[in-house]
Design a binder for this molecule. Structure first.
Ligand code: BG6
Length: 491
């Protein structure tokens, strides 16, 4: 009892723009993140632009942000852009993968940079150098028997598609994406078998509830349409992946934030249920059941949504259900209909402070039991294998004079969360893998910082991009190695 199954996928997770760097090398085109500055917990990241008259400017980065008419995103000299070099995985991948192998990884989650394969997104032929780069990475992983888990789209759209087509709101994106997905599935056949077509598409709804000021009918229309288009592309990718190689397994990837009611007031209970429907089940049901939940109609009515759909979309949903359910887990969220003056903001949750929990300095709650709760609720709903493809602690680490890093807080965090995974398994959840987020330090997605570190491996780079890029082993590195060696017995 209380054991991880044999062949459990122990590993780590990353995304292209948070690690690769080499943003303008070997034919890669610009992606949306390349014009995003660094920020911090108190300072939002900004997007830089040049307007029609050649004037430079910035706008806070957010969903639905708009630039002045005629302006286009641009890289400006006086700003620092963390994605440009990130941790330079592009040139260090052999060294990094050797360290993952030394820790005993069975799986490594990474994503494809779309603009490395199709620089603007509209080319007919892919960029061979981009394909070759990923093939080399996959071969290197295969050399150590590390299974790649590949996210095809982790939020980094080619800038051209964003600016010329208004991004995912446009149905044309489905075809552009399918060209990318087909290329990946054909080119990487035999090297990759585990795929995640999209990262956290439910973010586009969660964000609306996080930032009250952007929660309008119009922004909901945009988000629902973007998600519909992504869901169609997702289903078609699942179907195609199975046709191209019957060994392929394709998963969902959902931002998993369990909602707790703030009180036993029935209004809080109903509001909490609503938030599950909107933020968690809306995308998950289409991916796992092949159809929208019956409660979706309520959401569409509420925001007067008239989705632009085609009959074939709904057939594709049925034919393209995922093989397994994956999700990220960092925190839980309190939902209340009552006035509260202590709101905590972190990632995509923004509820009242939970007096039973601690919070990180970025406002993220520390709730290992919430992970068990999510696993059990979701497994109960879908009955398909589950994988945690993101979980971890962003924290400031201190390098000692001898180069050691004593991150006992991270070890504690992982111990507590893995313990709850064990309990969930014991309770009947078919959990098949755990890839810890940011297994090597990387650029934070929300703040653009390096100092918000997640890794087992420290990378010597700071928030302004200074540093040698040298890799150092933290205490958690040795701890995780032991966990994997004992298949989770020695937590
Ligand atoms: C997830 C994203 O929601 O959160 C990752 O998929 C991101 O890309 C992770 O890095 C952690 O968030 P942050 O802002 O600490 O990097």
């Amino acid at each position: 009892m209380n054991k991880f199954p044999n062949n459990f996928f122990w590993g780590g997770a990353t995304s292209a723009t948070q690690i690769e760097g080499a943003y303008n090398i070997d034919g890669r085109g610009l992606a949306t993140c390349d014009c995003k500055t660094a920020g911090s917990f108190v300072k939002r990241r900004e997007v830089t632009f040049i307007d029609n008259d050649g004037q430079q400017g910035t706008v806070p980065s957010s969903l639905g942000m708009s630039l002045p008419k005629g302006a286009h995103q641009a890289i400006l000299d006086e700003y620092f852009y963390p994605s440009h070099e990130a941790i330079d995985f592009y040139h260090h991948f052999k060294e990094d993968i050797a360290m993952f192998a030394d820790m005993g990884f069975k799986m490594f989650r990474m994503s494809i940079s779309w603009s490395r394969i199709y620089p603007t997104g509209i080319e007919e032929e892919p960029n061979q150098k981009g394909i070759e780069f990923y093939k080399e990475v996959f071969r290197e992983l295969n050399k150590y028997n590390i299974e790649p888990l590949v996210t095809i789209f982790h939020g980094d759209l080619p800038l051209y598609l964003e600016e010329s087509y208004q991004g995912w709101e446009n149905r044309k994106l489905i075809d552009f994406y399918m060209k990318l997905a087909r290329t990946c599935l054909i080119e990487f056949k035999g090297l990759v078998q585990y795929w995640l077509p999209f990262n956290e598409m439910n973010d586009y709804l969660l964000m609306l509830d996080m930032f009250g000021n952007i929660s309008t009918k119009e922004s909901h229309k945009q988000s629902f349409q973007m998600i519909h288009n992504m869901l169609v592309a997702n289903a078609r990718t699942v179907k195609l992946a199975h046709q191209i190689d019957p060994e392929n397994k394709v998963g969902s990837m959902i931002c998993g934030i369990p909602n707790y009611p703030g009180s036993c007031d029935p209004n809080d209970i109903l509001e909490t249920r609503y938030r599950w429907e909107k933020g968690i089940y809306y995308t998950g049901d289409v991916q796992c059941f092949g159809e929208y939940s019956p409660f979706s109609k309520r959401l569409w009515d509420e925001y007067e949504i008239n989705l632009n759909t085609e009959e074939q979309d709904f057939i594709d949903f049925k034919d393209g259900v995922v093989d397994f359910y994956t999700f990220s887990y960092y925190m839980t969220n309190i939902v209340t209909t009552h006035e509260v003056d202590d709101i905590v903001q972190g990632n995509f949750s923004n509820g009242a402070r939970n007096p039973y929990l601690k919070y990180s300095e970025w406002g993220w709650s520390y709730d290992p039991k919430g992970l068990r709760y999510y696993l059990e609720v979701i497994y109960d709903r879908y009955h398909i294998p589950m994988m945690i493809t993101e979980n971890g602690l962003g924290a400031v680490d201190k390098v000692e004079p001898d180069g050691s890093i004593h991150d006992d807080y991270r070890i504690q965090y992982l111990q507590d969360h893995l313990h709850e995974c064990k309990v969930a398994i014991d309770h009947g959840v078919d959990l098949i893998g755990y890839t810890m987020w940011g297994c090597i330090d990387l650029v934070s997605a929300s703040t653009g910082q390096m100092s918000k570190r997640y890794g087992f491996i420290y990378v010597d780079r700071d928030d302004e991009g200074r540093g040698t890029g040298k890799r150092l082993k933290k205490d958690s590195y040795y701890w995780y190695k032991n966990v994997i060696q004992s298949n989770g017995e020695a937590l």
